[in-house]
Ligand binder design. Structure first.
Ligand code: SF4
Length: 439
């Protein structure tokens, strides 16, 4: 133990408040903060303490005042006796721990909203560009792109990730646009992976996955999601307004070859009159391969031609699949999971439904989003993005101030669906196109 290391600052009232706070923390937190306390605290040796001016010197002093020089009392008093010094050392150690505990508490609470939801999942959009033009995602002529200088740099992305990870985020997903278009992607993955997150995933259209998946795996990528809405070539060309089904399927195979089996998901947005007749074909993708298929309800975003008449809800999809797979059975969901999971006996992969519109899961939402331009988006459907982390970073704000800004934004998060009530309300609201949010 580093018993001799203490921090000499703070009034009696501050000591009392902070030590009280420490006692409220769990034993686990206490252990966790000890090292922080050691790292953060100014270092005083046992010699400094013993030769110092005594307990009264410190406890009557304001936080901004430095301790007196070793061996002297700044009020002309005598050097304190040994017993007093030991009490001082003990108290100062308590203060250091309590201050670190308070800082840890503040960091954790940065990501708690007014509904008591703790956000440990950060989605970072890396680019606004995409090499497809999916009808449900963006207008045919694309979206107006911001200049490169408006987007977060590699270093800024790493700094943002670090800020959130220090506050409790342990799951990060990189999105776009198409994140694989970003040349520094492996570098970004490596830097976030080095922060010690338990999960770092990417959501891709799969077009160039085959070429990059090995490097991403080597950099520390843990999960891959591939967006794919049809297994028919003509349809693929119509939905994406581009060609490339073969490359996407090759990318899925390459991801399995690279070891992502069990950590690979196919995301399929289901649209009436477009692809709702392909559900069973998608289920077969995972019949003998370790990949999960998720069917996603079509959500309204700006410029994505959302049409309530073409909406296919969870219950309708489930009924359709139960016709083909009568033995389809509910599987266990994970905590904070957006997916309702099912299994077909004998199939390697699972089948999931993301029911954002018909049965939202906002009550357990743990997600925050940072856009490619550094805007913080606290809810997928909240068009009110008032915090630019890019501007705050470029203004040179320290982590503590960045954290305060993030917390203020998180406190504004609505209970559900960005406060729009239902999918009709969302459709009437103003938001970014999906391509600029990253899902
Ligand atoms: S709609 Fe908003 S609150 Fe609900 S799950 Fe999505 S991000 Fe979370």
């Amino acid at each position: 133990m580093r018993a001799a290391v203490v921090r000499a600052s703070g009034s009696t009232a501050t000591f009392t408040r902070r030590v009280g706070l420490k006692r409220r923390l769990s034993a686990r937190s206490e252990l966790a903060v000890e090292d922080d306390a050691y790292d953060a605290a100014p270092k005083y040796s046992s010699k400094d303490i013993r030769s110092g001016p005594g307990l009264s010197h410190f406890i009557n002093r304001s936080a901004s005042e430095p301790p007196a020089a070793a061996g002297k009392s700044d009020c002309g008093g005598k050097v304190a006796p040994r017993e007093d010094e030991d009490k001082l050392a003990k108290l100062m150690r308590q203060v250091a721990l309590a201050e670190a505990a308070e800082a840890a508490h503040e960091r954790q609470s940065m990501l708690v909203d007014t509904h008591g939801r703790f956000h440990n999942y950060l989605r970072i959009s890396l680019t606004e560009r995409c090499n497809l033009r999916c009808t449900y995602c963006m207008p045919e002529d694309g979206v107006s792109l911001q200049p490169q200088s408006h987007l977060l740099t590699t270093d800024e992305i790493a700094r943002v990730a670090q800020l959130f990870v220090r506050s409790g985020v342990d799951k990060v997903r990189l999105t776009g646009g198409e994140p694989l278009l970003r040349r520094d992607l492996a570098d970004v993955v490596g830097r976030i992976s080095a922060l010690g997150v338990r999960h770092i995933g990417v959501t891709t259209n799969g077009l160039v996955l085959k070429q990059r998946v090995q490097a991403l795996a080597a950099a520390g990528l843990s999960h891959v999601n591939v967006s794919l809405d049809t297994l028919q070539e003509q349809r693929f060309n119509a939905i994406t307004r581009r060609r490339g089904l073969e490359q996407v399927l090759a990318g899925i195979d390459a991801a399995l070859d690279a070891g992502f089996g069990g950590r690979l998901k196919i995301n399929c947005v289901v649209m009436g009159g477009v692809n709702e007749d392909e559900l069973a074909a998608f289920v077969e993708l995972g019949s003998s391969r370790p990949l999960d298929v998720r069917f996603i309800e079509w959500m309204p975003f700006d410029d994505n031609r959302w049409n309530e008449g073409k909406f296919v809800g969870y219950s309708s999809m489930l009924r359709s699949l139960q016709g083909s797979y009568p033995e389809l059975a509910r599987s266990g969901d994970e905590r904070n999971d957006t997916t309702k999971w099912y299994r077909v006996p004998g199939h390697e992969g699972r089948i999931g439904f993301i029911t954002s519109m018909s049965e939202h899961f906002c009550g357990s939402c743990n997600r925050l989003r940072v856009m490619a331009d550094g805007s913080l988006k606290v809810c997928l459907f909240d068009g009110d993005e008032t915090l630019s982390l890019r501007d705050a970073l470029r203004a040179g704000l320290p982590d503590r101030q960045l954290g305060a800004l993030v917390h203020t934004a998180v406190l504004k998060k609505k209970a559900a669906l960005g406060g729009h009530g239902d999918m009709q309300g969302i459709a009437r609201s103003s938001n970014r196109p999906m391509i600029l949010i990253g899902g």
